[in-house]
Ligand binder design. Structure first.
Ligand code: C5P
Length: 234
């Protein structure tokens, strides 16, 4: 299933490789985040991209525009399919990220990676917003940052299942919404408090689903991925 991205939240390249080998063909791509990247570095990314896997490099860049542009250029050189930045870095930073992706891809005669933004981390509560001096409600802040990402030329945002509708209404149909926090009806929620099933999230308008533990911690990850894909086909 093309829209299903699996979070390779493991500690080492051998485990990541083994998981990708088990899942290849049943899923649409793999997400490599801070945990695996910090342990193993860019080689694990290249290993997957050179096999033709779609890789979403989830390092949530947030720095001055010039530095983020350099990081996105490097990610594009690794052949990633999707990369993300924090919308809170502002429009100049987001434009620089997009331009870097397109310039480097053009130099290599390859399609540019999708550049998407994190609006507000879903781990933040109303109290955490207060703490960091954001006086607005979470939903208006998410809507504002999604719209800013769109006008800055980005391809989409990462959003919790419950924010999809808000973002669709604000940003329209042609803006990618990448949604983690997916659980099967019978799965444990783990530390994700506001979850939806995969088919609910797609029905709500998600473009891509990011699923970690329900697949990678399953006894049979390939069967778990196939089950989620089958649920969505109904
Ligand atoms: O294991 P689980 O399905 O909860 O994994 C979800 C993945 O999506 C993890 O890699 C997590 O870091 C990531 N993520 C998230 N919530 C966000 C952004 C990313 O759970 N708002």
């Amino acid at each position: 299933m093309d829209q299903l991205l699996v979070a390779l939240d493991v500690d080492n390249a051998a485990d990541a490789r083994a998981m990708a080998d088990r899942l290849r063909g049943t899923v649409g791509g793999f997400k490599i985040g801070n945990r695996l990247f910090t342990s193993e570095g860019p080689r694990v990314v290249e290993e997957l991209t050179s096999r033709g896997d779609r890789v979403f490099l989830d390092l949530k860049f947030h720095d001055i525009p010039n530095t983020v542009a350099g990081a996105v250029t490097a990610a594009t050189r690794l052949g990633v399919w999707m990369v993300n930045v924090h919308a809170a870095g502002g429009s100049t930073m987001m434009r620089a990220a997009r331009e870097a992706a397109h310039d480097e891809a053009a130099r290599r005669s390859k399609p540019a990676p999708l550049v998407i933004a994190v609006t507000m981390l879903t781990s933040l509560s109303a109290e955490s917003l207060d703490e960091i001096g954001i006086g607005e409600a979470m939903t208006s802040q998410v809507g504002r940052l999604a719209a800013l990402a769109q006008t800055s030329g980005l391809d989409g945002v990462v959003a919790s299942p419950h924010e999809i509708d808000l973002i669709r209404r604000r940003c329209g149909a042609n803006f990618a919404v990448v949604t983690p926090g997916i659980r099967g009806a019978a799965d444990s929620k783990g530390d994700q408090s506001r979850t939806m099933t995969a088919s609910e999230a797609l029905a709500a308008g998600a473009t891509y689903l990011v699923v970690g533990r329900p697949i990678i911690a399953a006894k049979d990850p390939r069967a778990a991925a196939a089950r989620i894909a089958a649920e969505c086909a109904h």
